[in-house]
Design a protein around this ligand. Structure first.
Ligand code: NAP
Length: 253
């Protein structure tokens, strides 16, 4: 339950090694969040983060979470709530980018990316929503992407999985109205993380810290949709309406 000042006190991150999510968690911890559970495929992969959080006084733990195992998702959410009590915030941060050229050559790999990014978000999002509805409060932060706002030829598999997740998360948010819980969509642009290492940055590329600042700012303003950085909202209002031949030209890598 949020404290008397409205601060998030407990957070579960699905995709608990995500650099974007961890930057958000750092800001929540700085604002009195005391309990963190990191949902990760391999608990050993989160040891450094866990030690860092614990050394700053946070009650932190890991839980095994695999987006590719939808049958386990409700149990993961329940186990996290058993460990830290009510979940004030759940961040859906897992995802894979992949290479469009590899997906073109390997449709099975493309389907697997879709299972992680979209199917995993559907099952974990619904399982989370059921828990937050029962609590009567809590926020789902669904990290989608501007790549889903308009698909590009050089990453349309990823973009389409994020478009699906984005539509799902908006609908989920609408379905939660009146329950006390909510779902906030976060649409980052290019972010310098492990996921984009070695890639040519897109315009308005940002660090995880900048994205986290935009997210906290958006949450404070009670936004349902957070563009990060915020300038992307204006940019994509224009880009999404460009004629396709022009879009193909300017979006080509
Ligand atoms: N970086 C960008 O430019 C950018 C832009 C827009 C949106 N996003 C989205 O933001 C989110 C976080 O990305 P990030 O940049 O912080 O990248 P990141 O540091 O690479 O984090 C991605 C996370 O997804 C996890 N993951 C991958 N497959 C999984 C699976 N099957 N089950 C559970 N977890 C799985 C990874 O776990 P492991 O540690 O086990 O590998 C990792 O923790 C993603 O959804 C991404 O699509 C990123």
């Amino acid at each position: 339950m949020r404290d008397a000042l409205g601060s998030v006190q407990s957070v579960l991150v699905l995709g608990g090694n995500s650099e974007i999510a961890l930057a958000i968690v750092d800001r929540l911890v700085a604002s009195r969040c005391k309990k963190v559970v990191l949902g990760v495929r391999s608990p050993a992969s989160a040891t450094t983060t866990l030690n860092r959080l614990r050394s700053s006084g946070v009650d932190a733990d890991t839980i095994v979470f695999d987006a590719l195992d939808p049958a386990s998702h409700a149990k993961v959410i329940d186990a996290a709530a058993d460990r830290i009590g009510d979940l004030d915030m759940v961040i859906l941060a897992f995802g894979v980018l992949g290479e469009q050229s590899e997906f073109n050559a390997d449709p099975v790999a493309a389907a697997e990316a879709a299972r992680v990014n979209f199917v995993g978000a559907v099952s974990s999002g619904l399982a989370t929503a059921a828990k937050l509805r029962a609590q009567g409060h809590g926020t789902i932060l669904a990290i989608t992407s501007v790549a889903g706002v308009r698909a590009r030829a050089d990453n349309f598999v990823y973009g389409s999985t994020k478009a699906g997740m984005d539509a799902f998360a908006q609908g989920l948010g609408d379905s939660l109205i009146g329950s006390g819980a909510r779902c906030v969509v976060v649409r980052p642009g290019f972010v310098h993380t492990r996921m984009t290492e070695g890639m040519k940055p897109a315009p308005f590329a940002a660090t995880p810290d900048k994205i986290a600042d935009a997210v906290i700012n958006g949450l404070q303003k009670n936004k349902e949709m957070i563009w990060a950085p915020p300038i992307l909202s204006t940019l994509f209002t224009i880009l999404r309406h460009l004629p396709r031949p022009l879009w193909r030209k300017i979006s080509a890598g």
